[in-house]
Design a binder for this molecule. Structure first.
Ligand SMILES: [Ca+2]
Ligand SMILES: [Ca+2]
Length: 144
């Protein structure tokens, strides 16, 4: 009886710690070799930063409105809607100082990640990202 009790408790604890560890550890081993099929928040944020800062012409680590609007790659050919650079810039520049910095990119990317991560497991599958691309509108689109 005592043995059964302890066995059950320990098994329960093992499951709990495994779950906790799983939640905190990025899925590096599984991700490796799968061609980036899944992305952690870190990957996602890094990619958003890279894309945004590709338009950082003067290299100050921030993207000004002018830099953003002339940074051809970030737009999807677009006038209006989610592709409109002016509107996208306004959403990214959360403190309204006319510059988008890393922190702002990170904030927006994290929010977007949380929304895209449909099963809340802390990583985005190819399917979850594909669903985002076909979504009608994404107010936090960072181009990632
Ligand atoms: Ca800003
Ligand atoms: Ca997920």
């Amino acid at each position: 009886m005592i043995n059964a009790f302890w066995t059950t408790s320990l098994a329960g604890l093992a499951v709990l710690s495994a779950t906790a560890a799983g939640a905190q550890t990025p899925e590096t081993p599984r991700r490796a070799g799968r061609g980036g099929a899944t992305m952690t928040l870190q990957d996602f944020t890094a990619r958003a930063e890279r894309r945004m800062l590709a338009g950082d012409v003067d290299g100050d680590g921030r993207v000004s409105r002018a830099e953003f609007q002339s940074g051809g790659k970030s737009g999807k050919g677009g006038k209006g809607g989610k592709g409109d650079p002016a509107r996208r810039f306004g959403r990214l520049d959360r403190n309204g100082d006319g510059m988008v910095d890393r922190q702002e990119i990170g904030t927006v990317a994290a929010r977007r990640f949380a929304r895209l991560d449909a099963d809340r497991n802390g990583s985005l599958t190819r399917e979850e990202r594909a669903a985002a691309r076909t979504a009608a509108a994404d107010p936090d689109d960072t181009g990632a």
